[in-house]
Design a protein around this ligand. Structure first.
Ligand SMILES: Cc1cc2nc3c(=O)[nH]c(=O)nc-3n(C[C@H](O)[C@H](O)[C@H](O)COP(=O)(O)OP(=O)(O)OC[C@H]3O[C@@H](n4cnc5c(N)ncnc54)[C@H](O)[C@@H]3O)c2cc1C
Ligand SMILES: NC(=O)c1ccc[n+]([C@@H]2O[C@H](COP(=O)([O-])OP(=O)(O)OC[C@H]3O[C@@H](n4cnc5c(N)ncnc54)[C@H](OP(=O)(O)O)[C@@H]3O)[C@@H](O)[C@H]2O)c1
Length: 307
């Protein structure tokens, strides 16, 4: 149940919503930095829309792509599972407990809404042309970026997402490249697993991050013996380590594995190809610009209402 009286809503949110909402999240295991994924878009203050004799109603809410397709009946996904990047996030040890609740919630919502689901089904401009839908919501998200430096050996390079999903294992000496959310989180995870971890980043560590989250993660890393190399761009990857700029000079860090957390690349191709092909076309979430889940959910909700 969601509050329908604006004046009471902040109090309600802190009481009822918090305990009821399946989408209450915490940032990486940090108890004092609660991020509650409620959206203004999920709270409808229009009393005229209430069904007769009801004081409040449940308003269904879905994340990004799920939100967008709620009023139609088909959701296509090129993987074997749903959830996109959130599926990876919910496998992180720091987030596992809370983040997976959002996925179960969305899953239940899809079932209740009777949405037809086609997994392992990559959508192309051709398939869209064949099906002639009235409207298309593109929520193709983003995929991990590569490092734009000479790589003399690919062997030791892995993506943080693959480590999280258990698809690759790291050696004992690890250099993590990337000093924002994902870089700091994967360094934290690997340090917990007993690896000797060094974190290298181009500009300041935690640049632009929410301050409390950054400080908590930074303190954790220092306590766990992770060496932080701020303002040290990577310049070359070798078979047995990485060259970085350190103090206006080159420094070689030996490593068994180099873990990349250097951002994501928006998957824009499908959206671009569909422009002019379908009458109603909406682009939402990270495929527009990589941000975080709050934006994806809100944009999905807004498009869901528009269609
Ligand atoms: C490890 C990790 C941790 C994160 N932690 C947080 C966090 O703590 N807080 C936060 O707010 N955000 C976090 N994020 C970011 C958040 O997960 C994303 O912002 C959010 O998932 C974006 O949602 P989306 O639906 O736009 O795209 P995505 O989640 O990228 O989903 C896009 C989906 O579209 C599918 N797809 C792509 N192309 C096609 C095609 N042609 N046909 C069919 N299907 C296709 C993909 O397989 C994918 O499942 C994290 C991301 C990662 C990787
Ligand atoms: N909200 C959350 O809690 C959360 C948690 C995890 C992930 N996410 C999302 O997941 C996505 C991926 O996260 P991310 O941390 O990988 O990406 P990101 O936020 O784009 O950070 C990339 C990091 O890699 C560094 N980098 C890039 N090229 C480099 C180079 N050549 N040498 C050294 N460092 C380099 C960047 O340095 P500069 O600072 O110089 O750019 C930056 O620190 C993002 O969209 C993010 O918002 C969100």
């Amino acid at each position: 149940m969601y509050p329908l009286t604006p004046g009471e809503s902040p109090e309600n949110i802190s009481k009822d919503y918090y305990s009821l909402a399946p989408i209450v999240m915490e940032n990486p295991g940090i108890r004092n930095a609660l991020t509650i994924l409620y959206q203004k878009s999920q709270i409808d203050f229009t009393s005229g829309r209430l069904p007769k004799d009801q004081a409040s109603v449940v308003i269904w809410s879905f994340m990004a792509h799920h939100q967008g397709i709620r009023l139609r009946d088909l959701l296509r996904e090129c993987l074997k599972w749903l959830g996109g990047q959130w599926h990876v996030a919910s496998r992180q040890p720091q987030k596992r407990q809370d983040y997976s609740k959002l996925l179960s919630y969305l899953d239940r919502g899809l079932k209740k809404a009777g949405v037809e689901l086609r997994l392992n089904n990559r959508v192309s401009a051709e398939t869209v042309k064949e099906e002639k839908p009235d409207a298309v919501v593109v929520a193709t998200g983003a995929t991990p970026a590569a490092l734009n430096v000479p790589v003399l050996s690919e062997r030791i390079l892995v993506q943080a997402n693959d480590v999280i999903l258990g698809q690759v294992r790291t050696g004992d000496r690890v250099v993590v490249v990337g000093g924002r959310y994902l870089g700091m989180e994967i360094a934290d995870q690997l340090a917990d697993e007993g690896k000797k971890v060094r974190l290298v980043t181009r500009r300041s560590t935690g640049r632009g991050m929410e301050r409390n989250v950054y400080l908590t993660l930074r303190n954790r890393l220092i306590q766990k013996g992770v060496h932080l190399f701020s303002n040290c761009p990577v310049v070359e990857i070798r078979e047995n380590g990485v060259y970085i700029v350190f103090d206006n000079d080159l420094l070689f860090l030996e490593a068994d594995t180099i873990v990349l957390a250097v951002g994501v690349r928006p998957e824009k191709e499908l959206g671009e190809k569909l422009k002019g092909l379908v009458e109603e076309l909406y682009l939402i979430g990270d495929c527009v610009e990589p941000r975080d889940v709050m934006f994806a959910i809100r944009e999905g909700a807004e498009v869901g209402r528009l269609i």
